[in-house]
Ligand binder design. Structure first.
Ligand code: AMP
Length: 422
């Protein structure tokens, strides 16, 4: 199928050609015709499948057509998404696709001052992309009216619920006009998500793409088995490869991510970390430096990285092996997007060997083990039973730690209260 077959407005086809998209992705081929025919859509798709264009292009098509008969600029399409990174990316997509038709968009999200956002809203926009908190906040202050919204997109619904946005969404739904076209996207469709979709969509058509196995098939995957204490040295060994111009490194923990960055910087490798403890401007700066090649290595935790979109990213490295195989698939799905080449490298210490086996089971293929590297695994790997016991003990210790901390805090809280009363 070609984009030309989709009956999109010529200004959109021109913008798509500028983006060098040659053919629609699976989700685009399924969803665009349905949205053009004014259907509500329930889409199972995650970031990386081309889902943004799947809703942005047909919405823009409707907006361009409507614009021909009315001149006033007002918010006619609203896209709500859980994170600032996603919101910014979606807005970038809308901007690119509106290049030849003058449809205006803006993006609003929390964690930064509202002044600039309010100014852009006052200038007038057709499309608003927002995270829920800031949206409700600016609505409450009277800067935003949703009364003209005819197109509503709820993006990454599962993550929205994970992040506790359900009440915000419900509040928002009350303010939306009843007569509208709604599009609902989620990477997964468990029952609570379906229930939510029922409150938003009218007679929806379903579309689905499952990226989990397809990603794994198109990416060349390799794994280095090593010892825990050799991981740092192994990372430097891997980074000696000059072909790795840029690489996204995953770390399970925030502290781990910071530690990796500190070590890299000590060795003059330009790098930055993004994770939940970094402020919004810090995260944005790190992402931009990576996108414009100022830094070679971006180290991210799973939550921070989910949904970030880096064009033409070839390499992803797992500094540890995730214990949920799906996480591995999401991580490596950051590279080799939309048909580009992708290479994933994993570093596996003995106690993670069982996780590597779980991943191979899920993706139904063996990950190529790199032999003859300077830091081979010599420590004893754990078997599944030992690993289970090890995890149990770790959990017990963790719970003990939190229980103690709670006790201490409660004790301190009691003192504080007494202080307050004084
Ligand atoms: P998304 O899932 O919307 O985050 O898109 C993932 C990436 O695929 C983005 O970099 C898009 O610019 C790109 N993309 C979207 N549609 C296409 C297409 N039809 N052909 C090639 N790349 C695409």
């Amino acid at each position: 199928m070609k984009f030309e077959d989709l009956n999109l407005h010529p200004t959109l086809l021109k913008a798509v050609a500028d983006q060098n998209y040659t053919e629609p992705t699976a989700i685009q081929a399924q969803a665009i015709p349905l949205i053009l025919k004014n259907n509500d859509v329930l889409g199972t798709a995650q970031t990386g499948t081309g889902k943004t264009a799947a809703f942005a292009l047909p919405i823009l098509h409707h907006l361009v057509k409507e614009k021909e008969s009315q001149s006033k600029t007002k918010i006619r399409a609203l896209v709500v998404t859980p994170t600032r990174e996603l919101a910014i990316q979606i807005a970038e997509n809308f901007t690119a696709y509106s290049k030849y038709n003058g449809i205006k968009n803006t993006v609003i999200f929390g964690g930064v001052k509202q002044m600039k956002q309010v100014k852009r809203l006052n200038d007038g926009v057709d499309v608003l992309i927002a995270t829920p908190g800031r949206l409700l906040d600016l609505m409450g202050q009277g800067y935003i009216s949703l009364k003209d919204v005819g197109y509503f997109v709820l993006d990454e619904a599962d993550r929205m619920l994970d992040m506790g946005f359900i009440h915000d969404i419900k509040k928002l739904l009350e303010k939306l006009p009843k007569k509208r076209q709604s599009l609902f996207f989620s990477a997964t469709m468990p029952n609570n998500i379906l229930k939510l979709s029922n409150t938003i969509l009218y007679n929806p058509k379903k579309v689905a793409v499952h990226q989990v196995s397809t990603t794994a098939e198109t990416i060349q995957q390799s794994i280095y088995y090593t010892n825990k204490h050799d991981k740092k040295a192994l990372l430097f060994h891997i980074l000696k490869n000059k072909e790795i111009k840029q690489i996204l490194v995953f770390s399970r923990t925030k502290h781990g991510a910071d530690r990796i960055v500190r070590n890299l910087k000590k060795n003059n490798i330009q790098s930055a970390a993004i994770h939940g403890d970094k402020s919004q401007p810090q995260r944005q700066k790190a992402l931009e430096s990576f996108k414009n090649n100022t830094i070679r290595v971006l180290v991210a935790t799973d939550i921070a990285a989910r949904g970030i979109d880096i064009d033409k990213l070839t390499y992803v490295l797992n500094y540890d092996i995730p214990n949920e195989p799906e996480t591995y698939v999401h991580r490596i799905g950051r590279c080799g997007r939309a048909g580009e080449q992708g290479l994933s490298i994993s570093i596996c210490e003995p106690e993670e060997n069982v996780y590597a086996r779980d991943i191979e089971k899920l993706i139904k293929q063996k990950i190529t083990a790199i032999k003859n590297h300077p830091f081979p695994q010599t420590d004893n790997p754990m078997n599944a039973q030992q690993k289970k016991e090890f995890e149990k003990e770790k959990n017990r210790k963790r719970q003990e730690f939190f229980a103690n901390r709670k006790k201490k805090r409660n004790a301190a809280g009691g003192n504080n209260n007494r202080n307050n009363r004084r």
